[in-house]
Design a protein around this ligand. Structure first.
Ligand SMILES: *Cc1c(COP(=O)(O)O)cnc(C)c1O
Length: 219
């Protein structure tokens, strides 16, 4: 039996103050998610806009909503209505589309830039060496503001094997922080999942995204 409350409370006890735990809730029911919220989860991350829209209606109020998936163009308008932040901006074209949509709504939308820290061709995220240029370009857009970086990192057998990718992302985060671009405040570094969040926090993450360790294996 999976005890969502017990799992969540155990994680929350081990996570230091100042680190936000985002419950990664793809494929979980509203009931399961509400269990986690009851045990002091304050933020959820969803990968699909449509799935999120249905579930969010049944979620307890007050929880922050992060988009952590691959955002399709035709879903941007809806995403800006139902999410508080988008963690996965990795291209100027996507940033521009979000900016345009946010402009029409008269809001400034907070996002994180996703970095492909493993430089894996099939994966999303801006290449580390291209991140600064992307940030400079986004800095010119008025209705979107970058608040930090997010990375997945490669799939690894041992948590320790991902450390160098998290470290690289943290170094990039610090470097971009020092460049002090307008509209850009490097506050959040989102990295680490069920098997790797401890390493991520050691390497400077202040957002971790945890699914399986809270809810059990995905069906
Ligand atoms: C599913 C997912 C997670 C959580 O993965 P677990 O291994 O289940 O903890 C974190 N981040 C993203 C972007 C995800 O899609």
């Amino acid at each position: 039996m999976i005890d969502i409350r017990e799992n969540t409370e155990k994680i929350m006890r081990s996570v230091p103050d100042g680190v936000l735990v985002v419950a990664a809730t793809k494929k979980r029911s509203a009931k399961e998610i509400n269990e986690a919220i009851k045990s002091v989860i304050t933020a959820v991350g969803e990968n699909y806009v449509q799935e999120a829209e249905t579930k969010f209606k049944e979620l307890q109020q007050g929880v922050k909503r992060h988009f952590i998936g691959h955002l399709q163009r035709n879903k941007i308008n809806k995403a800006l209505d139902i999410f508080d932040t988008i963690e996965t901006v990795d291209r100027l074209s996507l940033a521009r589309a979000i900016d345009k949509s946010a402009g029409k709504k008269g809001i400034v939308f907070p996002v994180l830039v996703e970095v492909n820290s493993g430089r894996e061709p099939q994966k999303s995220g801006v290449m580390p060496e291209d991140a600064e240029k992307l940030l400079q370009d986004i800095a010119c857009l008025k209705n979107i503001k970058v608040e930090g970086l997010m990375t997945m990192g490669p799939l690894v057998d041992k948590a320790e094997d991902i450390r160098s990718f998290f470290r690289l992302t943290k170094e990039l985060f610090d470097k971009l922080k020092d460049t002090k671009l307008p509209n850009i405040r490097m506050k959040y570094l989102s990295m680490g999942m069920s098997d790797t969040w401890r390493v991520a926090i050691e390497e400077g993450a202040n957002i971790v995204r945890i699914g399986t360790a809270i809810f059990g294996p995905r069906r």
